[in-house]
Design a binder for this molecule. Structure first.
Ligand SMILES: *Cc1c(COP(=O)(O)O)cnc(C)c1O
Length: 357
């Protein structure tokens, strides 16, 4: 047997949202709408040249993102999805013996990425209402803490960190620890009190922001995301990046998506309206559900998670279950959501007394 790092064999596999024939897939927080015609057209035009390597620096995309956000191109680093950029951030900051902190439960990729880097994950439990417990996170900082990931809106609970909370947190985090604000779902966040990652990036030298084209922009299958980080950090992200990680088609599609933001906004608005409608229907049916600011909702099903997930599946709905904890359900098209509402209400009735707290 050849030598293999011990940590690798012990890593849990990242679980992809299940896809079952004929079932409604609400398990991966994907955008339920097909690519925009304008984006698809640009990608088609480009498709004839995939014998060539992409621009490794993704210069046009980086400049377009910088213009979009009013930051400097030197402050933008791209990757094959923001998961890859999160890996770059971890690799740039932490290695053997270092600690990377995040709330838990949060994005499942975090602990895996941290362990791959050889660093130690430090998960800090959410509050009882499933929000980041920033005081507990501050208390968990040690001399070995190198990076803190703050996911807002949080996947999978949908809760946000407010501007005031973030401010008071950042004021107390030592300035040599990088705080990464993962805003994968920021387009769906309509809470006026939410922290804006970019605003904090501008005011703190130790803040970086992660954005993705996978969710609101609907490019999940093309793999492109980016960090906005201060120049030295962004330069290091480019150093640790896998060369040519972002394909030419992904670069083109991302630029076209930024050019089509108004059209995309209509879809985002629709998903937000649907989220309100789904939450209202569940509450009317007697279920207790927290508000969510992502393109998904979170059901606290606790010990009944597996039973309810199976009941949903029998009714043709595939959601993302976290056994013992809860079920995350992506907001789809109105038709998909109707199917989910009917399924969860009948599943919950079968599982009486109210199993969703
Ligand atoms: C989906 C998601 C991402 C982005 O994934 P990519 O497709 O790799 O861009 C990043 N962070 C969180 C919290 C997510 O849920």
């Amino acid at each position: 047997m050849v030598y293999q790092r011990e940590v690798v064999a012990s890593l849990p596999a990242y679980v992809q949202g299940k896809s079952i024939p004929n079932a409604v897939k609400l398990s991966s927080n994907e955008n339920p709408y097909p690519p925009l015609a304008s984006v698809l057209e640009t990608v088609r035009e480009q498709a004839g040249s995939f014998n060539l390597y992409p621009d490794m620096s993704a210069r046009d995309l980086v400049e377009r993102i910088a213009r979009h956000l009013d930051v400097r191109p030197e402050e933008v680093a791209v990757g094959a999805g923001s998961v890859e950029v999160a890996a770059q951030l971890i690799h740039a900051c932490a290695g053997e013996g270092d600690e990377v902190m995040f709330a838990w439960r949060s994005f499942e990729a975090y602990p895996i990425l941290v362990r791959v880097a050889g660093a130690t994950p430090v998960p800090v439990p959410l509050t009882t209402d499933d929000r980041h417990d920033l005081d507990a996170m501050l208390a968990a900082i040690t001399e070995r803490t190198r990076l803190i990931l703050v996911c807002t809106p949080n996947n999978p609970t949908g809760a946000v960190v407010t501007r005031d909370e973030m401010q008071s947190f950042l004021d107390r985090v030592p300035s040599d620890i990088l705080v990464v604000i993962d805003e994968a779902y920021t387009h769906f966040d309509d809470d006026p009190d939410s922290a804006s990652g970019l605003e904090f990036f501008r005011n703190y030298d130790n803040v970086a922001v992660l954005h993705t084209f996978s969710k609101a922009y609907g490019l999940a299958g093309l793999r492109v995301g980016y960090a906005v980080a201060h120049e030295e950090v962004a330069a290091n992200l480019r150093r640790v990046a896998v060369p040519f990680g972002v394909s030419a088609l992904a670069q083109t599609a991302a630029i076209a998506s930024l050019d089509a933001e108004e059209e995309l906004q209509d879809r985002i608005d629709l998903i937000r309206e649907e989220r309100s409608r789904v939450l209202a229907a569940l509450r009317e049916g007697g279920l207790e559900v927290f508000d969510s600011r992502g393109n998904f909702i979170w059901l606290r099903t606790g010990a009944n998670t597996v039973a309810i997930d199976e009941a949903l599946r029998e009714r043709g709905i595939v959601a993302r279950a976290f056994p013992g904890d809860g079920i995350r359900v992506t907001i789809g098209t109105p038709e998909m959501n109707d199917g989910f509402i009917a399924a969860i209400l009948s599943a919950a009735r079968l599982n009486e007394p109210s199993l969703i707290s």
